[in-house]
Design a protein around this ligand. Structure first.
Ligand SMILES: [Zn+2]
Length: 158
């Protein structure tokens, strides 16, 4: 008999999905055999989806600095191709630059943390968290090297 392990409802033969929660039905005999797998409170199906989502978020957040770099590069090219403007707002440009740097650092740290959390969780796909960790780790390293370089130069000038 098809059986929903979440709702503990038995269905007539021919049903494949639980009409109550949408979870894939299993044979009631194999449910008894694998009962330990369903001892997790709540909905294991939803839990699996949540795990995968953390990994995807890790990947998406890690892309923020890359998207910023691409936008910045396009802006620089447009500026180079366009007429030369006087740099009257130099202080504002420096402010924007440091705000962007802080956002990139935060995005990389968040992505790294999400990636590690997703990686540690069972029953989740590892592709997205690994991508997120690799990208954000590289970004974080790049940012740290840059910050150290700026600080070093600042100390040298002082
Ligand atoms: Zn159900």
């Amino acid at each position: 008999m098809p059986f929903c392990p979440i709702c503990k409802i038995e269905y007539r033969d021919g049903f494949t999905k639980c009409s109550n929660c949408g979870y894939e039905l299993m044979d009631s005999i194999s449910y008894i055999d694998n009962r330990r797998d369903f001892d997790i409170p709540g909905n294991p199906g939803a839990k699996k989806l949540k795990h995968a989502k953390i990994g995807v978020w890790s990947f998406l957040v890690s892309l923020i600095p890359i998207v910023y770099f691409i936008v910045q590069t396009i802006q620089d090219i447009i500026r180079l191709l366009g007429p030369i403007e006087s740099n009257s707002d130099n202080n504002m440009q420096i402010g924007i630059f440091f705000a962007a740097l802080i956002i990139m650092l935060i995005a990389s740290i968040v992505s790294l943390a999400l990636g590690i959390v997703a990686l540690l969780q069972k029953n989740s796909k590892k592709v997205f968290p690994i991508l997120g960790i690799v990208i954000s780790g590289t970004m974080l390293l790049g940012c740290l090297i840059f910050v150290c370089d700026v600080l070093f130069t600042a100390f040298e000038l002082a």
